[in-house]
Write a protein that binds this ligand. Structure first.
Ligand code: ARG
Length: 455
């Protein structure tokens, strides 16, 4: 491609470090889409004849078919997808192919292709996140009133409902979708026509190519346009936060599906057995989701390192923006899809949830709140009395609700029989009616709101 100046070819290892075709062929469809939009614009601006533009478009369509059919011969000597496509175009339509690159450079071309690829990926990911949210909503609906222990510090804290717990993840993945949408909105400016770094002297129409490729507008500074990878970092940040959410849920599934908890049973479709321990039903998918987050975080760090200290404008360093992002995108898409399947398939066990909700004195806060309400004790005193009751229950090895009334009255004489209603996990949950609280009516209101949002 630069034979005019160079007499000798590159060293073998130079070709190895320099070529990106092995990975950037992944956005061949976006590359061809961009080139077709560019050719149409050149023709509309009378920079190309319409006959040349038609030949170029036909050639590009043929190349797309060849690649999709696996018939295309990729060449490392041609470095990257852009030059592989252009070279093949020359083989197919002759020297006219050389007119396609008028008013652009590989620098704005690769930025355009990569943006289009990330945008397509965001659109696909949004749908899988939606499936996951629907699966969580369905479980939340079925178990809006199933009582379970809520934890802080992994210690039993207060009773909540399983539906409420599911809805916490709905909020998280809902924010992930927001972040995807926000990344997409910010990404959506077309670099095409920024050329190598300074723009071009050809009378191109950047609004036209921007519109043809579904961008909101062209980028406003050519230097920034060819050297900006913020959109890739935005995407990776979003993927990173989502992977962290997935990994938290995955860890809960590992704990919940253990013999000690039995809160849920994972389906056969998402469990594995053991070759030597027949009793085992391993939550491998959940563990793998946790294990895979490192790849997504790693990609974010890797790209940050590529971009830091990069002087304007394009630098070949930036070719390192692709492989780790592709891997992160594949990883997050796989993990969300698997999680959606696991959640849709899992069977919560209301009996185990209920039993766990009553052991470990999770209604002590109810007792304290009750003492604030009826005898109108200051909260700190009420907490103190409730603490004494917890101690008594611990000494006897029983639940709060099993303590005899006279013992409780020894701690606080104004306690009456009514206290036992308060100590019941079910009524504790129903009492937490504050907006966003765990009462089944609140959980159902949030489910309804989310169903509306998803319409
Ligand atoms: N393969 C290159 C990349 O991915 C395309 C841009 C090359 N531009 C250049 N001036 N060498 O970054």
């Amino acid at each position: 491609m630069w034979g005019g100046r160079f007499a000798g070819g590159p060293a073998k290892v130079m070709e190895k470090i320099n070529a990106s075709i092995d990975f950037d062929k992944r956005f061949h469809a976006q590359d061809i889409r961009g080139s077709k939009a560019h050719a149409d614009m050149l023709a509309a601006q009378d920079i190309l004849t319409s006959a040349d533009a038609a030949a170029i478009n036909e050639g590009l369509d043929a190349i797309l078919r060849e690649i999709d059919d696996g018939a295309f011969q990729f060449s490392a000597a041609l470095e990257d997808i852009h030059m592989n496509v252009e070279n093949r175009l020359r083989e197919l339509i002759g020297p006219t192919a050389g007119r396609l690159h008028t008013g652009r450079s590989r620098n704005d071309q690769v930025a355009t292709d990569f943006k289009l690829w990330v945008r397509d990926t965001i659109d696909r990911l949004d749908l899988v996140f939606r499936d996951l949210i629907v699966a969580l909503l369905d479980q939340a609906e079925t178990h809006a009133a199933s009582v379970m222990p809520g934890f802080t510090h992994m210690q039993v804290a207060q009773p909540v409902t399983f539906g409420h717990h599911m809805m916490a993840y709905v909020e998280m993945f809902g924010r992930d979708r927001d972040r995807l949408a926000e990344s997409r909105r910010r990404l959506n400016e077309s670099p095409l026509g920024s050329a190598a770094l300074a723009g071009t002297s050809f009378p191109i129409n950047r609004d036209m190519t921007a519109a043809a490729l579904g961008f909101d507008r062209p980028t406003a500074n050519s230097l920034d346009a060819v050297s900006d990878r913020d959109f890739a970092l935005d995407f990776l940040h979003t993927a990173n936060v989502a992977a962290m959410h997935l990994s938290r849920l995955a860890e809960e599934l590992v704990i919940w599906s253990s013999a000690q908890f039995r809160f849920v049973t994972l389906s056969d479709a998402f469990s594995t057995g053991s070759s030597i321990m027949p009793q085992k039903r391993n939550p491998d998918a959940a563990e793998l989701i946790k294990g895979k987050i490192g790849r997504v975080s790693g990609a974010y760090v890797a790209l940050t390192m590529v971009m830091k200290g990069l002087p304007m404008a394009y630098g070949k360093d930036m070719q390192e923006d692709k492989e780790t992002l592709f891997d992160a995108a594949d990883t997050i898409e796989l993990c969300v899809t698997v999680m959606a399947g696991m959640i849709a398939d899992m069977t919560p066990n209301p009996d185990a949830l209920q039993a766990a909700a009553t052991s470990g004195v999770p209604t002590a806060p109810e007792l304290a709140a009750g003492l604030v309400a009826a005898p109108a004790l200051p909260l700190r005193d009420a907490h103190h009395r409730a603490g004494a009751a917890v101690k008594a229950a611990e000494d006897r090895g029983c639940d709060l609700a099993d303590l005899p009334l006279d013992l409780l009255q020894g701690i606080e004489p104004r306690i009456t029989e009514a206290v036992y209603k308060v100590l019941d996990a079910e009524s504790a949950v129903h009492a937490r009616r504050s907006y966003g609280g765990t009462a089944p009516e609140q959980v159902r209101a949030q489910i309804a709101r989310w169903r509306e949002v998803l319409k």
